[in-house]
Design a protein around this ligand. Structure first.
Ligand SMILES: Nc1ncnc2c1ncn2[C@@H]1O[C@H](COP(=O)(O)OP(=O)(O)OP(=O)(O)O)[C@@H](O)[C@H]1O
Ligand SMILES: [Mg+2]
Length: 220
């Protein structure tokens, strides 16, 4: 589903990832961890083509990212839902519109948009707040909007970057429960975090990034 073969990436001559290789299977729930600045976000960006690798091969759901054309990238992004580290909610748009925006770029009928958005908002338990602006939501609620936005196009892959960053333990648990549900329905999930309590005891593969490479891969 996601395959890296000897992928290297540097910014202005500074090497962030060097000869990174790994495979994540379809339907897997895996974690990427390592200290701040090690390259977790960069690795996720490579998967949804927000950054391009300098060398190496990346295959995501059948797309060879070295050969993907600019005009094909929106199709890739439709099957790869991203929960960003910094949320990126539009603060002057309602919860509903923030989620719907991910569909409007795909020319969907308004009635169908309403149905899709309603369904995911019910799933993250925010249907009753659909007309509210994100700034009036708690951090955990905002994160659930971000997850709803990533889910709404029914992606086959979900990438989440530090999805419980500023949330308390109980809220984090609820957020992780959502990812488990998404995964149980068949989506491949990859979560980047430096918070090891998220993956301890999960029995999932954890990739440890260190000094620009995957130092080890452990089932925790
Ligand atoms: N667009 C960019 N231009 C230049 N350098 C960058 C850019 N993006 C990231 N970097 C650098 O690449 C390195 C890896 O950054 P990255 O954001 O991938 O780390 P991270 O593991 O996600 O860290 P954190 O846990 O703090 O989120 C850092 O040294 C960062 O400064
Ligand atoms: Mg990061």
């Amino acid at each position: 589903m996601i395959q890296f073969i000897n992928v290297s990436k540097s910014y202005d001559g500074d090497i962030v990832l060097k000869d990174v290789s790994f495979t994540i299977e379809k339907g897997e729930f895996a974690f990427l961890t390592g200290p701040s600045g090690v390259g977790k976000t960069t690795l996720l960006k490579l998967i949804y083509c927000a950054e391009r690798a300098d060398t190496g091969e990346i295959v995501v759901g059948g797309w060879d990212l070295k050969k993907i054309r600019q005009r094909t990238i929106p199709y890739l992004r439709r099957s790869v839902g991203v929960v960003f580290q910094d949320f990126r909610l539009l603060m002057n748009k309602s919860v509903f519109d923030n989620v719907a925006l991910a569909l409007r770029i795909h020319d969907m009928h308004p009635q169908e948009i309403k149905q899709y958005v309603g369904d995911v908002l019910r799933e993250v338990k925010l249907k009753h707040k659909e007309n509210i602006l994100p700034e009036h939501l708690s951090g955990g609620e905002q994160q659930r909007v971000v997850i709803a936005r990533a889910m709404v196009s029914k992606p086959t892959v979900i990438l989440a970057d530090e999805p419980t960053g500023n949330l308390d333990a109980d809220t984090s648990k609820a957020i992780m429960g959502l990812f488990r549900e998404i995964n149980a329905r068949g989506a491949t999930v990859l979560i980047a975090t430096h918070n090891d309590s998220l993956f301890h005891g999960m029995g999932r593969r954890v990739f440890y990034l260190k000094d620009a490479h995957i130092e080890k891969e452990v089932v925790e």
